[in-house]
Each structure stands twice: as C-alpha cells, then as structure tokens.
Design a binder for this molecule. Structure first.
Ligand code: APR
Length: 236
C-alpha cells in the first residue's frame, strides 16, 4: 500500500467503546437512557440546567476510570510516523472524551467540544447552577463545553482545510448519522481523496467509502496502522 502523505481521520464514539465509554446509538447506548432533547440541546439546558450539568458531570467522572485503548494508541503512533515521513495527519473527533490526547495525538480537533472542560479548571469542581463565571461573576450561566444539537460544531474551517488537501480520509467508529461529520467522506471524495471506513459494522454512509474493514477498533485500527507504517512502528 502506497503510504499516503496527508491523512485525515474522523473518529466517533466507537473508537472509545472498548475503553468502557458508551456509544450513543448502539443497543443500551446513551440515547437509549436519555432524551437528547433534554440533555444535549440549548433548549434542554434552558429548561433544566441542573439535569444537563448532572448528565455531563456523570459522563466526565466516568472518564476518570477510562484509559486509551489500542486503537487510540495506534493513531498516536500513526501521527508520529506520518509526520516523520514529511506527511501530515489531522484527527477530527466527534468524541468529547480526552482519550486521543492521552494516547499522544496532537493535531486533534474536538468538533463537538470537550467533557474535561465541563468543570472548574482550577479546582476540578463539577459545574452547577451555582458555579459563578470568573469574569462577570454571575452564577448559573456556565454551561458544558460541548456542542449541542442545533449548534455549529467547532473548528469547521480547520477541518475542511485538512479534508480539501487530504489524499486519504479514514472514518473510525462512527455511525455516520450526524452531520456535518457524516458529510466529510463526500467532501473528501469530491476533493479527490480515497476513503476508508473502519467500524464494527457498516455505517449509514458505508456506500460512500472506497475501502472498508469491519471489526472491533482495537483489532482493525492497529492492523491498518501497521500496514500504513510498513511495520516500522511500535504498534504491536
Ligand atoms: N469498534 C469499532 N466500532 C464500534 C465499536 C467498536 N468496539 N463499538 C461500536 N462501534 C461503532 C458502531 O457500530 C457505530 O457505527 O461505533 C458507531 C457508534 O455510533 P454512534 O453511537 O451513533 O456514535 P457516533 O457516530 O460517535 O455519534 C455521532 O452523535 O449524538 C451525537 O454528539 C454525539 O458525537 C456524537 C454524534
């Protein structure tokens, strides 16, 4: 396999599933337990901010017992290997967990925000309707640093710049059901990139990819990275 120079990778909750972080739409997933309209929309936050703070505080606390898995670590290795060859790799994640950065990924765009910023950065306290802003000192106006349904994802200009110059776009662990992320594969293909899907099972937009591998991320992602790096990596 010719080693691609510019790789753009999109990840979803499936890459963190084997770290014990729940996905959203699989059986028993987050949206089977919560109504996204109540906990992941501006309207839901306005109606019941305490419920929304509890939802994100619980998910953030759950992260403290999660660790990056072999798939996260392999992507960290891939970035080092690609850059060492004079290439570039951009990792766009829909995930709000911090497992990619803990696995060493650097060029990382959290398009849906970050759970770790849903707390007081100084003392680590949970957010609540009593938490006051350190600038205007008004209590109750702080919200989780997470992009809700109906809001514009973050870093879209940087993401599109990377996608437009990619020669390979890889989607890992996402159902392809939420836009604009689900549209990135078409943007990449239209810009001339090839596209690969690595997932437990075919996603909703599986037909848009030129190549695909199916299975648990901790198996198929390290195997794919070994192929790309030609076995020179520490990926075992
Ligand atoms: N290995 C690889 N893929 C997996 C694994 C695994 N171990 N377990 C699950 N998957 C796949 C599922 O097959 C599914 O296609 O991960 C995908 C998870 O899909 P969703 O639950 O829809 O999660 P995601 O695609 O990340 O959701 C996108 O929707 O609710 C919003 O903001 C939320 O960022 C999220 C966005």
């Amino acid at each position: 396999m010719v080693s691609p120079k510019n790789i753009v990778i999109l990840t979803g909750s499936g890459i963190s599933a084997e770290s014990g972080v729940a996905t959203f739409r699989d059986t028993g997933g987050v949206w089977a337990k919560y109504d996204y309209r109540e906990v992941a929309t501006p309207e839901g936050f306005a109606a019941d901010p305490e419920l929304v703070h509890r939802f994100y505080n619980d998910r953030r606390r759950g992260l403290s017992s999660a660790a990056p898995n072999e798939a996260h670590l392999a992507l960290g290795e891939l970035e080092v290997g690609v850059v060492a060859r004079g290439g570039a790799m951009t990792l766009i994640t829909q995930n709000v967990d911090d497992l990619h950065e803990r696995a060493g990924s650097r060029n990382l765009l959290h398009m849906h925000g970050e759970l770790s910023k849903s707390q007081c950065a100084a003392c680590g306290e949970d957010l609540s309707t009593e938490t006051a802003c350190s600038v205007c000192e008004r209590p109750g106006a702080l919200r989780p640093y997470v992009v809700w349904f109906g809001e514009m994802p973050r870093f879209m200009d940087e993401a599109m710049d990377a996608i437009m110059s990619a020669d390979l776009f890889v989607s890992i662990g996402t159902s392809g059901s939420v836009y604009p992320a689900a549209g990135f594969v078409s943007d990449a293909r239209n810009a001339g990139a090839s596209a690969m899907e690595l997932n437990l099972e075919p996603s909703e937009n599986a037909h848009l990819f030129t190549d695909s591998r199916y299975g648990p991320a901790t198996k198929i992602v390290p195997a794919w990275v070994r192929e790309i790096l030609g076995g020179e990596s520490g990926v075992d």
